[in-house]
Ligand binder design. Structure first.
Ligand SMILES: *Cc1c(COP(=O)(O)O)cnc(C)c1O
Length: 690
């Protein structure tokens, strides 16, 4: 007898909200708090300790807070003033009337969303981009809804064992204590849609997350209607499970997502596939057009293509989902038969060589074939993608392969530190938060006195160091480390030392251990008497990535070297919170992937908007922004070859030739360049002169 496993649920006994704070729950259920400091302050001020222990999740916090604390706040005129300001901010950002009604609606599909650290349904850059995209669309009044999957298990939390090996812990997302609400149908019941799978229908519940003015709909199959465990488990975990699970997830996302939109009465005019995971949506479009508008397959394909947009993020073929023809047949033969389409005709949409019946079905190829606008995520990545997919347009020269580029960006209010923001409040136009896209807004940065900028940066660095020490302390206690180790955890790093940050997924192409190639030389640099240097590192390896995990171990082992422990620190459990502290508090952001393999990279942009200089390979965004953003380049613009690992880690300065426009300084020139740079802004940001 199949049984339904109830997700772990904390039953929140919500205290009655005092009349004067009646809207606080409405504010908690809109993620605007994740980027509006005044709304966040409202929750923090209620009870800072509880705010922290609830993982910065206001819904959970409101469920746990005592009636007494609420009554106290309701009687405090200072708190009430804050509350009124927070409500005003909320109303001006969320309730400012309908967006321009031009009949447009974009449906944005993504397999992951990095919205806030308390909702771990993201793994890395792709998810953070999706999250920042929704927040920016809210700020700029774009008519958009997001579609994604609501994973029962969050992406893993990383803890290190005493040897430095990464261990994974999977937290359970308790949807009822998160800012999520089930979408209701006209009858007031939870809205559910179905997709047909070979073993029968799969039911999907639709949840909604408010992101400022934007709605993100998340799909969940862990509901009692699904009797088979394998159906309930479809949305169990992000990028977990085997190819079969991945297939089912992508059917739920693409086809289920389309049905959810329809059931909610939404009629998007544009469908945006963020990466290929959602590309089955195009098959559903074709099916509907054939069924309802009585079009032929070719006509339906043409019509569907006209409304679809695809963003590719994957510069390495191994990163693309491929499905065996047998598996495709298992899931799609009936689907094809229903609409009277030949299975091979559909398979051709996902093949590079349409005549090769053994070729696996590629989700990226499907997305490219079924969209009319395709973009890579940086200029360099456009070239890489054009080469990668040239065989789909063999008659065109590579540079005409119809993939354009839109360089990724970051959502400034989410990543800018509060100390800089309050300087901007003093020195920039009062509406800089709304107009941050306007270059003129930034001209007045010149008027901020150096000393104030430097002080803001120093404050951030001290904050980073306390954060890291507290984390190290907690983790030493948890692993039951020796008393000496626990004590040392509170003594790592020096607020006066030059600080390098490196935080990324530990995918091997990112070369996290490059800086440790010559440990003796590194020691001389780090332990310099007058100009000490220190490195803060964080990052997770994919649970199945053994080489990535051994890189982590290597770094952790080095961070325990008796000479280095104060200077090299690995911070466990990289997430949005760790990322934010790091990009806001270090002096230099290090990025050394193999050139051509980082589609864009965004953490360096987050560093840059906080006045932190980049030291980076000329890859992704940095390849096009280097000349404007300041900082230093590692190496030249040549494509990656293995001997470059040694070159990029070496101290020799390569001669610059006229044919290489970018000045190139290998890593450790940064130290001397640091104090000889003529740019006032880079001097300020690097903490020079301090
Ligand atoms: C910004 C960010 C990323 C993406 O950064 P990359 O430069 O692309 O590596 C990944 N994870 C987290 C938590 C981030 O904040």
């Amino acid at each position: 007898m199949p049984f339904y496993i109830q997700p772990i649920r904390e039953f929140l006994v919500r205290p009655a909200l005092p009349e004067s704070l009646s809207r606080i729950s409405e504010l908690a259920y809109n993620l605007l708090w994740s980027w509006e400091p005044i709304i966040r302050a409202l929750f923090r001020r209620l009870d800072p300790g509880l705010w922290r222990s609830c993982g910065y999740n206001p819904v959970l916090m409101l469920g746990r807070i005592s009636q007494a604390a609420l009554q106290k706040a309701a009687g405090d005129p200072r708190y009430l003033a804050l509350y009124r300001m927070a409500c005003e901010t909320y109303d001006s950002r969320v309730r400012k009337g309908d967006p321009p009604a031009n009949g447009q609606l974009i449906a944005y599909f993504s397999a992951e969303y990095g919205m806030t650290e308390c909702l771990p349904i993201y793994s890395g850059g792709l998810g953070i981009l999706s999250g920042d995209h929704l927040k920016s669309c809210s700020d700029q009044d774009f008519p958009l809804v997001g579609l994604g999957l609501l994973y029962q298990q969050g992406y893993f939390r990383q803890i290190l064992n005493p040897d430095g090996w990464q261990q994974e812990r999977y937290p359970t997302n308790d949807f009822y204590t998160l800012p999520l609400r089930p979408v209701k149908n006209a009858a007031g019941e939870d809205l559910k849609v179905t997709v047909k799978m070979p073993a029968g229908p799969v039911f999907i519940q639709v949840w909604s997350l408010e992101v400022g003015r934007i709605k993100l709909y998340l799909l969940d199959t862990n509901i009692p209607e699904n009797q088979l465990p394998q159906d309930r488990d479809i949305t169990d975990s992000l990028y977990g499970g085997d190819t079969d699970t991945r297939m089912r997830q992508e059917i739920v996302l693409g086809i289920g997502g389309m049905r959810a939109l329809q059931a909610m009465g939404l009629k998007p005019t544009v469908f945006h596939m963020n990466e290929g995971h959602s590309a089955f949506l195009a098959l559903e479009q074709i099916r509907l057009l054939m069924r309802d508008a009585k079009l032929t397959f070719e006509e339906a394909l043409e019509a569907a293509r006209g409304s679809n947009v695809f963003t590719t993020h994957t510069p390495v073929p191994a990163g693309i989902d491929l499905f065996d023809p047998g598996l495709m047949y298992h899931y799609f033969s009936e689907y094809c038969a229903e609409i009277g389409t030949d299975f091979q005709q559909m398979m051709a949409l996902g093949r590079r060589n349409v005549f090769d019946r053994g070729e696996r079905f590629s989700m990226a190829v499907l997305a490219l074939n079924t969209s009319c606008y395709r973009n890579a995520v940086s200029r360099l990545h456009r070239q890489v993608s054009q080469e990668m997919f040239h065989d789909l347009w063999p008659q065109l020269p590579i540079w005409e392969v119809p993939i354009t580029s839109i360089t990724n960006g970051v959502h400034l209010p989410s990543w800018l530190n509060g100390d800089l923001a309050s300087l901007y409040d003093q020195y920039l136009q009062p509406d800089w938060r709304e107009r941050f896209n306007d270059p003129d807004i930034w001209a007045q940065v010149q008027e901020i006195p150096d000393e104030e900028l430097l002080e803001a940066h120093r404050r951030r660095k001290r904050r980073l160091i306390s954060f890291v020490r507290a984390r190290q302390h907690e983790s030493a206690l948890r692993r039951q480390a020796s008393a000496a180790e626990v004590r040392r955890a509170g003594e790592v790093l020096d607020p006066n030392a030059f600080t390098i940050g490196f935080a990324r997924r530990f995918a091997t192409y990112k070369r996290a251990t490059l800086i440790f190639r010559d440990v003796e030389r590194l020691k001389r640099i780090l332990l310099h008497k007058e100009m000490p240097v220190q490195i803060v590192i964080a990052g997770k390896a994919h649970p199945k990535d053994q080489p990535g995990k051994s890189y982590i171990r290597e770094v952790v082992q080095l961070s325990r070297d008796p000479d280095l422990w104060k200077h090299v620190v690995f911070v466990e459990d990289y997430d949005m919170k760790v990322g934010r502290e790091l990009v806001q508090g270090v002096d230099l952001w290090l990025n050394n992937p193999r050139r051509g393999e980082e589609a864009c990279g965004t953490s360096g942009m987050k560093a840059a908007i906080n006045g932190v200089l980049n030291l980076s390979i000329l890859d992704g965004w940095f390849d096009e922004a280097y000349e404007h953003s300041g900082g230093w380049a590692i190496g030249e613009r040549e494509p990656y070859s293995e001997d470059q690992d040694a070159l990029h880690a070496s101290p020799t300065r390569k001669t610059r030739t006229a044919s290489t426009p970018a000045p190139s300084i290998t890593c450790w020139r940064a130290k001397s360049s640091r104090c000889s740079t003529s740019s006032a802004s880079s001097r300020r940001a690097s903490g020079c002169g301090g």
